[in-house]
Ligand binder design. Structure first.
Ligand code: NAD
Length: 381
């Protein structure tokens, strides 16, 4: 067993300080050599370790919706990224921007392939693994619980074990609000009883337990991010399992009526994929005191009626929604408390629903900020 290293030891502090000064010098040198390198709100800089190697983050599910935005965010902040994806639901087009960077490499591989994952993580020697690859649909997990087990639990073990063997110190996991199940007291805090009502939610909850056990046993800090309803560009509207916003977006575009299952008063906590990508960056590279699980959400409720109204502002004269019976298993309310993530990874959502929808409808990418934006916890580990 690898002995746990304490944050407070002097050698650790000295190393962190030297690391910080080293990176600052590298950044100043780079900006002096390439003074015109600020373009499109992003600064082209690279993150170097003291041993001269690039600072690498390994992202699984890199070609997916959240994965590709996370890759873009990490590259914009100067990291080198190794992406892993088997294209089960991911798409090559999502990585068009990333593919232009020489700091990005994609490995077409399956996360359940233990030997391949061990070799890949060992050769990448990443600062952190961000594990996003999964079977992402509640409905599909009901139809195929065995596949759900392999992709949402077994694969997590494979990745954690590969990370442990390679001495990776930080493991970020894409958990989900689905672990909570049905609750009536909103907002949902992390401490409430977990009552997942699908194999998907159950596997995510079990995976958190497995990973937090790794965190307690080995020299690895685990950050479990319980995303609520993520929305934004690149969410696949053609998938029957896709999020409601991407489906509404397509129907409004085509001038077709949206279908509301149930009363339309059911509420959700919609969080922009750009905020989620930033939360992943903070969880993987920011200061984190101990392994933790927290909600990644806005804390602000929006009903399906609110959504229709907001879309309607962009599409005057849109057809009235159709109503159908509520679908079994649909939860009435799901609003998260965003407080814990402020304490653990210094994250709070910055993009509101109206701004995020405007981006979707107008197809104009939001300015996600420059890596030089001062963010506490940044550049320090
Ligand atoms: N989108 C949401 O609202 C939401 C909410 C809560 C949690 N999550 C979680 O976030 C993560 C990313 O979800 P997403 O919405 O981007 O979905 P997505 O389908 O767009 O991304 C998943 C990616 O993982 C890849 N993948 C699946 N199985 C793989 C395997 N065995 N090996 C390698 N790659 C594999 C897919 O090809 C895809 O690119 C998932 O873990 C999901 O459970 C998403």
């Amino acid at each position: 067993m690898v002995p746990r290293q304490r944050f407070s030891d002097h050698a650790g502090l000295g190393r962190q300080w030297a690391d910080f000064v080293g990176r600052l010098c590298a950044r100043i040198l780079f900006l002096r050599l390439f003074p015109g390198s600020r373009q499109g709100g992003l600064v082209f800089s690279v993150r170097l370790r003291l041993d001269g190697r690039m600072e690498t983050i390994l992202v699984t599910g890199a070609a997916g919706f959240i994965g590709s935005h996370t890759v873009d965010r990490l590259l914009a902040d100067g990291f080198t990224v190794v992406g892993v994806d088997n294209f089960r639901t991911g798409r090559k087009e999502n990585l068009e921007k990333a593919g232009k960077s020489d700091r990005f490499r994609l490995e077409e591989a399956d996360c359940t392939d233990a030997e391949r994952m061990k070799a890949l993580v060992a050769s990448a020697r990443p600062l952190a693994v961000i594990h996003l690859a999964a079977l992402v649909s509640v409905q599909e997990s009901m139809e195929n619980p065995d596949l759900n087990f392999r992709l949402n639990l077994h694969a997590v073990h494979v990745m954690a074990e590969a990370a442990r063997l390679a001495g990776v110190k930080r493991f970020v996991f894409a958990s989900s609000a689905a672990i909570y199940g049905e609750h009536t007291n909103m907002p949902i805090r992390e401490s409430v009883r977990k009552r997942p009502i699908s194999p998907y939610g159950a596997a995510k909850y079990a995976a958190e337990g497995l990973l937090l056990g790794f965190g307690r046993s080995f020299d690895m800090t685990v950050v479990c991010q319980r995303y609520f309803n993520v929305f934004g560009p690149r969410q696949d509207p053609s998938s029957p399992y896709s999020g409601v916003i991407s489906i509404f977006d397509r129907l409004f575009r085509e001038g077709k009526p949206v279908t509301i299952f149930g009363t339309g008063r059911q509420t959700r906590d919609f969080v922009s994929v750009h905020d989620v990508a930033r939360a992943n960056l903070l969880a993987a590279t920011g200061k984190v005191r101990a392994s933790c699980s927290h909600n990644i959400c806005t804390g602000k409720p929006a009903s399906l009626h609110d959504l229709v109204k907001q879309f309607g502002r962009h599409y005057p004269g849109y057809p009235a929604p159709r109503f159908e019976a509520a679908r079994p298993g649909d939860i009435e309310q799901s609003i998260g408390s965003p407080e814990t993530a402020k304490q653990t990874i210094n994250f709070w959502a910055e993009i509101d629903l109206a701004g995020g929808l405007r981006e979707l409808v107008q197809g104009k990418p939001l300015d996600i900020g420059s890596p030089l934006d001062p963010r506490p916890g940044f550049l320090e580990r």
